[in-house]
Write a protein that binds this ligand. Structure first.
Ligand SMILES: Nc1ncnc2c1ncn2[C@@H]1O[C@H](COP(=O)(O)OP(=O)(O)OP(=O)(O)O)[C@@H](O)[C@H]1O
Ligand SMILES: Cc1ncc(COP(=O)(O)O)c(N)n1
Length: 512
């Protein structure tokens, strides 16, 4: 595949004529500083490169002692050793892309410059790191002129707004248009494409734009919109963005396509950064948010079961359940419950049939179809037996309607996993409550004259318990295979159904 790809893709701008692009796994070198807390620098770069399917390498320009709160110290090893690291890599390995980050001082810049001029990598992304998010300097002021001179050796430059301003000798832009103007200026003087980043502006939008007026892009300014994500965890966003751009560019050979891939990924990394719980300051982004944490078999079901505990407690505390167990439940409440149950089962059956239609395997298709049929049989049995002797009740009650509407919405979501999670509580909570009430009834010696004895005797049904186990295992597998986003949607749908189970048992008290 890589051969076909490299023949059909456009050449990387600035790449030697005929240089192949489009490697499936690009070999990407980060030349940057180390951040031991793992959020920025080479640590972020390697994660970002891997997150985009690249093979990451790292030559360390400087060691920092830093965490999410700030930089405590910087140590720049002798540049002769930096040169040795660079040569060790390029003497042996074909490098598809280079990302350059923290350079520290002028001697480092000179060494990297000499190596770039010798090796001429096909893709060079330069993130002109000067000041960390924390405000600490990462480039000596005396080295700024040398950094400016390095810029023409890059294909893409990714300054933040203060860095952009410094590079064009202006005050930091306070509007997006002013930032784009500075980007145009920098692109013109360097010949490189400039990625202007909106991270440092205020407002609900957080755009980025590629700027280059020499015809390399589809337009002089290619803007990629994005929403601003409310989080403090922005440590290393610039590092992560630039190394991701280097990696994707080495694969697709198109800066715009690269930014359109990387920008939503970074938004997800910012959005999910809270999951990491790293440090007390500006935390890192979640580079691998798109990978699902491995859950062992039963792990997702266990998570759902934890979520359902409060609802189960609420069910057992309801007057309806207590009086059904004691036999003191008013007849009109029981009649209302049965009538609503029959109406519910009809809607539920349709939704189960939809789960059958969406099922990924014939075994699951059969399971849901069988369950849908079972529902209709139980419904008609209710009409034949219990409801035949009870006066007709008012039509569809508000809770029944809300529950069926919720399930119908889940079935319209198009996600099998979400739908399966939504229908599960009707199996799981019902089976659990049935078994417990039945056990209590048996423990009490099945008292004569209990008004609901025959109902309670049928409550713990082994066939229904087996179907419930099967439904749980289907939802567990679907949850383990789902993306983080889909899993969250499953959890929401499941929890809503649990709340509606509680409300369903409580409805006779309110509406009979
Ligand atoms: N709150 C946010 N919401 C969405 N995207 C953001 C946010 N903050 C930064 N970004 C994005 O992160 C990337 C880096 O932007 P930024 O302007 O913060 O660069 P930077 O200052 O070099 O980053 P760093 O925090 O590593 O110093 C850009 O793509 C920007 O749009
Ligand atoms: C080694 C190193 N390189 C770059 C940055 C900039 O990242 P940020 O601005 O997000 O702190 C950093 N803090 N440390």
């Amino acid at each position: 595949m890589s051969t076909t790809l490299s023949m059909t893709l456009p050449a990387v701008p600035g790449a030697p004529a005929g240089a192949p692009v489009g490697r499936d796994v690009p070999r990407v070198l980060s030349i940057a500083g180390s951040d031991p807390s793992g959020g920025a620098g080479i640590q972020a770069d390697l994660k970002s490169i891997a997150a985009h399917g690249g093979y990451g390498m790292a030559v360390i320009t400087a060691l920092t002692a830093q965490n999410t709160r700030g930089v405590q110290a910087v140590h720049v090893p002798p540049v002769a050793f930096l040169a040795q690291q660079l040569d060790a890599v390029s003497d042996d390995i074909s490098i598809d892309a280079v990302k350059i980050g923290m350079l520290g001082d002028e001697a480092v810049i000179r060494t990297v410059r000499g190596w770039l001029e010798k090796v001429r990598p096909a893709v060079v992304v330069l993130d002109p790191v000067m000041v960390a998010t924390s405000g600490d300097r990462l480039l000596k002021e005396s080295a700024e002129a040398a950094l400016r001179e390095l810029l023409p050796l890059a294909h893409l430059i990714t300054p933040n707004l203060p860095e952009l301003a410094m590079l064009v000798g202006a005050e930091p832009a306070e509007s997006w248009d002013a930032a784009l103007d500075q980007g145009k200026q920098l692109a013109k003087t360097t010949g490189a494409t400039v990625l202007v980043k909106g991270g440092h502006l205020a407002g609900t939008d957080c755009p980025d734009a590629l700027v280059n007026a020499s015809g390399l892009l589809a337009q002089d300014v290619v803007e990629v919109r994005g929403n601003r994500i409310a989080t403090r965890n922005s440590h290393g966003t610039g590092c992560s963005l630039s190394s991701a751009m280097a990696t994707v560019q080495a694969r697709v050979g198109d800066w715009e396509a690269s930014l359109r891939t990387v920008k939503p990924w970074l938004a997800g990394a910012l959005e999910n950064s809270g999951e990491l719980e790293v440090g007390h300051g500006n935390g890192p982004v979640h580079h691998f948010h798109h990978l699902r944490p491995a859950l062992h078999e039963g792990g997702f079901a266990a998570r759902l079961w934890d979520e359902a505990q409060q609802d189960l407690d609420d069910i057992y505390a309801l007057d309806f359940i207590r009086s059904l167990a004691s036999g003191e439940l008013e007849e009109k409440d029981f009649a209302y419950y049965l009538a609503q149950d029959a109406l519910y089962l009809n809607g539920y059956s349709r939704v189960l049939a939809r789960a059958s239609a969406l099922a990924p395997s014939e075994a699951e298709q059969l399971f849901w179809a069988g369950s849908a049929q079972q529902c209709l049989e139980v419904e008609s049995e209710l009409h034949r037996s219990w409801l035949s002797t009870r006066p007709a009740q008012s039509g569809l009650g508000p809770v029944t309607k809300a529950y069926v509407d919720h399930l119908t919405a889940a079935s319209a979501s198009g996600s099998y996993a979400v739908l399966a999670a939504a229908v599960l509580p009707c199996f799981w909570l019902y089976a659990e409550v049935g078994e417990k009430l039945h056990a209590r009834f048996v423990a009490a010696g099945e008292p004569d004259g209990h008004a609901y004895a025959s109902w309670l005797r049928t409550y713990a049904d082994e066939a229904f318990a087996a179907a419930t186990r099967r439904a749980i295992s289907i939802v567990d597998a679907a949850g383990r295979n789902a993306s983080a986003q889909e899993r969250a949607a499953m959890l929401t749908a499941f929890k809503q159904s649990c709340r509606l189970e509680v409300a369903f048992f409580d409805a006779p008290r309110l509406h009979s």
